[in-house]
Ligand binder design. Structure first.
Ligand SMILES: *Cc1c(COP(=O)(O)O)cnc(C)c1O
Length: 222
């Protein structure tokens, strides 16, 4: 199956209102060009410098989404062009995104990343920490919080994955009703990857982040 076939198959399957983010991390620009030629305009990367390098080499109408752990000292590489940062998990990083957004005279959209998985290694906020960030947001006028993101446990147990996505959806609704009732831009629920996106879509995802099913397995040994 070609990248184009993979994209066509996913688009046939996904509801039209769910945005497909093609996760191109570790993949060469040629692979992104192939997806772009097939009509894909939204790509996700998890390393700031890698994303900046690809941005420079590729068409300017691509929407770049940052999905990796955001380190404060790396925000500057992507602030001039990033469309959405999915992974805000501290006030420190929110502050830095705001600072770089001001420098670039932009408003940068961000999602709050929640910790919903069982694994201790995955980054993310709990509800209390997320509320603290939301309460502080008025001071950071160049950041716009447009929703939440989370990664489910890597498991074949679909019931568990579903519980975790339901929990994330619950956090989204809670924040929406408490802090964003008049803010229509708070609307994104970024959940679902190659292994679990059908469940995520059933649980209300508005954005799926899919790499392997589009570009094939990643080789981390190179
Ligand atoms: C790599 C990655 C994905 C895509 O994973 P696949 O299993 O290849 O679809 C999605 N989200 C995040 C945060 C990732 O790091």
């Amino acid at each position: 199956m070609s990248i184009k076939d993979n994209l066509l198959r996913l688009h046939r399957e996904l509801p039209p209102e769910v945005k497909l983010i093609a996760v191109s991390k570790t993949k060469p620009v040629e692979a992104i060009e192939e997806a772009y030629a097939a009509g894909q305009k939204v790509f996700g990367e998890n390393k700031a410098q890698e994303m900046a390098l690809k941005y420079e080499q590729l068409p300017t109408d691509i929407e770049w989404h940052f999905i990796g752990h955001m380190q404060t000292n790396k925000v500057k590489y992507i602030a001039p062009f990033v469309s959405l940062i999915h992974s805000v998990d501290s006030l420190k990083v929110l502050k830095e995104i705001n600072k770089q957004a001001v420098k670039n005279d932009r408003i940068i959209s961000c999602l709050l990343q929640f910790h919903i998985a069982e694994e201790a290694t995955k980054f993310g906020l709990n509800l209390e920490e997320a509320e603290a960030l939301v309460k502080a947001k008025a001071a950071y006028k160049n950041v716009r919080i447009t929703g939440v993101m989370g990664m489910a446990t890597f498991t074949d147990d679909k019931a568990q994955v579903r519980r975790e996505f339901k929990q994330l959806h619950g956090y989204f609704e809670f924040l929406k009703n408490k802090y964003f009732t008049k803010d229509t831009s708070f609307k994104e629920l970024s959940m679902g990857m190659s292994g679990d996106y059908p469940v995520a879509v059933e649980e209300g995802s508005t954005m799926v982040r899919i790499g392997t099913l589009i570009f094939g397995k990643r080789d981390y040994t190179k």
